[in-house]
Design a binder for this molecule. Structure first.
Ligand SMILES: *Cc1c(COP(=O)(O)O)cnc(C)c1O
Length: 465
């Protein structure tokens, strides 16, 4: 079922007169003078929302687009729950706390019962909190050694934009390892080249946004162990597990990426991605109590009771957290494994079929990362269309399959990506492949006439995206 659709009112189509009455002569930016009938307003907005894309055909997003009916019910029941108000909603607070410790257990924290962690609005807020903890801990280390604290830096590979935000918002120098040639991920050597006494930490991404691949946390951790032994520099790792932290434990339980590695001090994850919760929940966890500096925790007492908070937001809905808890109980490890394996299998099958079309070369075949596939043109110079053309044409047919250029230093490389999420079926995969086949045929055919009125369209510039 679509999100939040449990209480649709009557199916009566919107009536144009109602809609006009709500927005007089198209003045949609003017604050209304008078009140309106709730059903008429509902129908008008409902009709507007129908024109949004079909989220099931959006293969660009990482986020939850399918929920069970029970999750819809719990979301409805939780509309009034403010998760910050732990005194009024102690049950919701207890549920959040249980989720934190269940995740600590899932991610093999040595002290899963007493470790520190919290829910957030998503991985972006969790990344800010993880980054701040690293910055504070680094400053303490430097102060203890009588060293300067005016120029912190953070080392990372091709990260999601939240880490660029963190560095800019919180005055940390960004040391981003660029992509070079075929190397599209962070490697131990590149990390070591950039670490010094002002490095607050290294961000390793489990499930890179651009290519879906997991970065090698274990190898980077071993390289930093060696650096520690040789130089005394003890640099922590934060794992951005926005997607991967809800995939690796089920798909690759033996992959060492989590708190089993002592150097991994903190992890963030998006509950609303492969955690399968509705939009609006993420998680930030620290390995041990000491990894989260006390100074970052505020005590608030004006809601009744004494409430420690570590968050950028204050008031926030509780429903997503409650539904995350529902998923943990409902699915267990077995359920998550079943769902994620199914998605992963579909991704691999699609990779094989997409390679078989001919013009595409697979960059990520769905093995060892996020369920999905990404590819580039095998021979861009001799292909009469670009991946942007493919994306445009598929979009016209209702499918969102994004094409985009890579970050520095591979801005020349354009790739296209499909993400497989819960709710994407083999039947949908078949439909998509048919549509892709027709698209390729159309684009090749278009360029075959002797006169090509649109000659050059295959290389037109989409750099604005
Ligand atoms: C999605 C994503 C983020 C941001 O997460 P939100 O939950 O959307 O705030 C950060 N890092 C990675 C690797 C991501 O995939």
């Amino acid at each position: 079922m679509p999100l939040h659709n449990t209480r649709q009112l009557s199916a009566r189509p919107t009536n144009a007169i109602e809609s006009d009455a709500l927005h007089r002569s198209g003045q949609t930016y003017i604050f209304p003078e008078i009140s309106h009938d709730p059903q008429a307003v509902y129908r008008t907005i409902h009709a507007q929302l129908v024109l949004d894309g079909n989220s099931q055909h959006n293969l660009a997003t990482f986020c939850t687009t399918w929920i069970e009916p029970e999750v819809g019910l719990l979301m409805d029941e939780s509309a009034d729950k403010n998760m910050i108000d732990k005194d009024e909603y102690p049950q919701t607070a207890a549920i959040e706390e249980r989720c934190v410790h269940m995740l600590a257990d899932l991610w093999n924290s040595p002290e899963s019962a007493s470790t520190m962690g919290c829910s957030t609005t998503g991985s972006s807020e969790a990344a800010m909190l993880g980054g701040l903890a690293m910055k504070w801990n680094w400053r303490k280390r430097q102060n203890a050694l009588g060293k300067r604290t005016d120029s912190p830096n953070l080392v990372m590979g091709p990260v999601q934009v939240c880490w660029h935000k963190f560095c800019r918002y919180f005055d940390v120098n960004i040391r981003e390892v660029p992509m070079e040639n075929e190397r599209l991920l962070l490697t131990p050597d590149e990390v070591l080249k950039r670490c010094d006494e002002n490095t607050i930490g290294v961000v390793v991404t489990l499930g890179v946004t651009f290519t879906l691949q997991f970065e090698p946390v274990h190898e980077i951790s071993m390289a930093l162990d060696k650096l520690h032994a040789e130089t005394g520099l003890d640099i922590p790792i934060h794992v951005d597990g926005a997607s991967g932290a809800f995939l690796a434990p089920f798909l690759e339980p033996n992959l060492l990426w989590d708190f089993r590695l002592p150097r991994v001090r903190s992890i963030n994850a998006s509950g609303h991605k492969f955690g399968l919760a509705p939009l609006g929940v993420g998680w930030a966890l620290w390995r041990e109590k000491l990894d989260l500096p006390d100074e970052l925790i505020f005590d608030v007492n004006y809601l009744g009771g004494n409430i420690p908070t570590f968050a950028l937001n204050f008031s926030r809905p509780g429903g997503e957290i409650i539904c995350q808890y529902y998923n943990f109980l409902r699915l267990g490890k077995a359920g998550y494994r079943r769902i994620q394996s199914e998605c992963s299998d579909i991704g691999r099958e699609l990779a094989v079929q997409i390679a078989a079309f001919g013009p595409f070369e697979i960059i990520y075949d769905g093995v060892g990362g996020i369920p999905g596939v990404c590819w580039k043109l095998r021979d861009p110079a001799r292909t009469p269309f670009t991946l942007y053309d493919v994306a445009d044409r598929l979009r016209d047919r209702g499918w969102l399959v994004p094409a985009y250029s890579m970050p520095p230093n591979r801005e020349d490389l354009v790739i296209q990506r499909i993400l497989i999420r819960h709710g994407f079926t083999r039947e949908m995969a078949r439909e998509l492949l048919l549509e892709m086949g027709r698209t390729i045929e159309h684009l090749q055919h278009r360029s075959h006439g002797a006169l090509r009125p649109d000659a050059g369209s295959g290389t037109h510039n989409h750099s604005g995206r």
